[in-house]
Design a protein around this ligand. Structure first.
Ligand code: WT7
Length: 681
């Protein structure tokens, strides 16, 4: 680590006394009591919470039913079946009708510090109603899926809430994905309408969202799926630019012409879609288990999975986790730096905070633009009290030195959250000591796209924390550790992290492929939801998530599968075989290390390596690009032909302690791999 930090890793950090005094959960006794009730009487526990929300109809049958045992039939989860409600009504109308319409819902902070805006709950409601009508007039009906490929602008909030209002299912694709990746998701989700923007500046870089969308839509058409409508937010002209001209690159002179390739039968400006629509819009009352959204996450086969979340359970769960994990109070200003294109943004930029009527910051930019002071400037500008970011950002900011942080006040801060990957104790301690001046609670929240919300997390006013541990399960969550044989490990030990029963926010299926849902999450250990992560439980019952134990890698908190990257590399005609592994990285957590065998007679040139990087950027996204590409004359395989990734991971790290090699078919492949190892990894 670049910066030396004081503080003891094995020390326990008690909840700040002042925070504990007014907290929703202010002691471990209270936590144990609530936890016990959530497990013993889930209907009472969640039923009480459900009373805060508006239900058009109460549940008709059992409050909660599920099956996690494949031998008893189909795996399913249902909460509050038959109840009718609407997510947008609960996020907006409920607050406005109670007289809180003038409260700020979001302070929007643009990429340029000069660009900002504020949106009240009443304004948002009005915009959502109008855009809901626009969607309806474009033919979007209940249960239709709509793809959103958008920057972090207010229209993204409006579009997702409008989908929810009319019972449509949003499928948000992170604006950093390539046109190929966008096309895959549009196709798999059967989306006929795509909402995008002309473009967005991220730091100094212009991302031409409309052009990427055009290409994706062409790819869809070529694969027999017509996209009927593309609605485009006109974002670029309303921005202040420090960059001299709206060129491709900083200093570029060609203006970006979004109208190039404009298809007038298909493309429509957002503002034109709103022309003449009514201000009134009755929400579509949907069943508790009506789908709210799908969100794609990497799968170990390489094909992304459309994780499907439904309405009532997700609503109860994100609202409750938001309230307790950040100890939310009405006077808070909350800021989650995640992009809405990830699950963190869905649950903790949009739905969780809005269900709690929070005032939040929505940030379009990056932590380093215009300078590495930006995060702290924004915290002081809005007096942020609850802050939520990722370990990769913490580590990158830590490298800039303590002074960058200390020249800003940060007095408003109370709770500091972390999410996305295991946080190393050095980063945890720096976050606590430097960012939080040792007076804030640090909450390391473990969860997944699939879990909908936090499943293992400290509660800031109650849980004594240990740097690097996500601590204890949230209400309703029963974790277990299993060994390879599926035997449960009781007490201290390490194993596969699984969950014994569903909580309201768990995913319901993989869109269009329920069988994949069952095999991915429930097949390895029947009766349990399998996270794919390993974890250790210590003597105090604290859980330490150690990271993925499947073929996934976590780069800066973005989950990628090795198969996904391999299939992009193998498309290159000069490549005969490839294997991708995760290697440790001091800022990103993990990085992408690729072993590549070329076809006979093909030289390992710089040009080839550049082409391979480009392939991955095109097929997946720039953030998936290989950090290291190494030439592999041959790959270590078992006699049955299985690539020994465990060995490759060691080679990538330069670790000669390769363990048991008895199953290795050709021991001669190992030495040349060390010879060709990439320097610096
Ligand atoms: C994977 C899920 C949950 C929102 C962002 C990522 C890793 C996430 C933690 C944490 C250790 C963590 C796991 C998990 N992960 N948070 N606090 N400690 N690991 O969502 O893309 O679905 O990735 O991220 O490996 O399985 P995702």
């Amino acid at each position: 680590m670049a910066t030396h930090v004081e503080g003891l890793v094995d020390e326990v950090y008690l909840p700040p006394a002042e925070l504990a005094r007014g907290a929703h959960c202010s002691s471990m006794e209270q936590y144990e009591q609530l936890y016990k009730q959530s497990i013993d009487e889930p209907e009472t526990f969640w039923g009480e919470i459900a009373k805060q929300f508006y239900w058009r109809q109460p549940p008709t049958g059992a409050f909660h039913e599920f099956n996690f045992d494949a031998s008893k039939g189909r795996i399913f989860v249902e909460w509050m079946k038959g109840a009718q409600t609407n997510m947008s009504y609960n996020c907006l109308d409920r607050h406005v009708e109670a007289g809180h319409g003038d409260q700020v819902a979001f302070y929007w902070e643009g990429n340029e510090p000069a660009d900002s805006a504020r949106l009240t709950y009443a304004e948002l409601l009005q915009r959502v109603k109008r855009f809901s009508n626009a969607l309806r007039s474009l033919g979007v009906r209940r249960s239709d899926s709509v793809a959103l490929y958008m920057p972090m602008v207010p229209e993204l909030l409006v579009a997702m809430l409008a989908c929810a209002r009319i019972g449509a299912v949003h499928s948000i694709v992170f604006g950093g994905y390539s046109s190929d990746a966008l096309a895959d998701r549009i196709l798999d989700g059967h989306c006929r309408l795509v909402i995008t923007a002309d473009g967005v500046w991220r730091g100094n870089k212009l991302i031409k969202l409309k052009h990427i969308t055009d290409h994706a839509v062409e790819l869809c058409a070529a694969r027999g799926h017509p996209v009927e409508r593309v609605v485009v937010v006109r974002h670029l002209p309303r921005l202040h630019h420090l960059v001299p001209s709206v060129g491709d690159q900083p200093g570029g002179s060609e203006p970006y012409n979004v109208k190039t390739g404009w298809n007038s039968g298909r493309d429509m400006w957002w503002d034109d879609a709103l022309e003449g629509v009514s201000d009134e819009c009755e929400p579509e009352w949907v069943d508790a288990e009506h789908p709210l959204f799908m969100l794609y996450t990497s799968g170990s086969t390489g094909k992304p999975k459309g994780v499907l979340h439904t309405t009532a359970g997700y609503m109860l769960y994100v609202a409750t986790t938001f309230k307790y994990s950040f100890d939310f109070h009405p006077e808070d200003v909350y800021w989650c730096t995640a992009d809405i294109g990830w699950i963190t943004g869905h649950s903790y930029v949009t739905y969780g905070p809005m269900l709690n009527r929070a005032t939040s910051v929505m940030f379009e930019g990056t932590p380093f633009y215009p300078t590495g002071d930006r995060m702290w400037e924004v915290i002081d500008k809005y007096a942020v009290s609850k802050f939520y970011t990722a370990p990769t950002a913490i580590r990158a900011l830590m490298r800039l030195g303590d002074e960058t942080v200390k020249r800003h006040s940060r007095q408003s801060l109370k709770v500091l959250g972390s999410v996305g990957e295991p946080i190393n104790p050095e980063a945890w301690l720096w976050y606590h000591r430097v960012v939080g001046d040792a007076r804030c609670a640090v909450v390391d929240t473990f969860w997944q796209t699939e879990t909908g919300g936090h499943v293992i997390t400290p509660l800031p006013g109650a849980t004594p924390t240990k740097p690097g541990s996500a601590c204890r399960p949230f209400f309703g969550v029963q974790p277990a550790l299993l060994d390879e044989q599926g035997e449960e490990i009781h007490g201290p030990g390490e194993g596969y992290l699984v969950f014994r029963r569903p909580w309201p926010g768990i995913m319901r299926t993989v869109f269009g492929n329920h069988e994949r849902f069952e095999t991915t999450y429930f097949k390895k250990f029947n009766g349990f939801y399998c996270t794919g992560d390993g974890a250790r439980r210590d003597e105090d019952g604290y859980i330490w998530v150690t990271g993925r134990i499947d073929d996934m890698l976590n780069v800066s908190g973005h989950l990628l599968s090795t198969a996904q990257i391999e299939s992009a590399l193998i498309e290159h005609p000069d490549v005969s075989e490839t294997a991708v592994v995760a290697a440790p990285h001091s800022v990103k957590g993990e990085c992408v290390y690729c072993f590549v065998t070329t076809r006979h007679g093909v030289a390992w040139t710089e040009q080839l390596q550049k082409q391979l990087i480009l392939k991955v950027r095109e097929r997946i996204a720039p953030f998936a690009a290989p950090d290291y590409l190494q030439y592999a004359p041959g790959l270590p395989k078992t006699r049955s032909g299985k690539i020994m990734r465990r060995v490759l991971r060691k080679i990538a790290q330069g670790d000669r302690d390769l363990g048991d090699l008895s199953t290795l078919a050709d021991p001669g492949v190992i030495e040349p791999l060390f010879e060709h190892r990439c320097a610096g990894a």
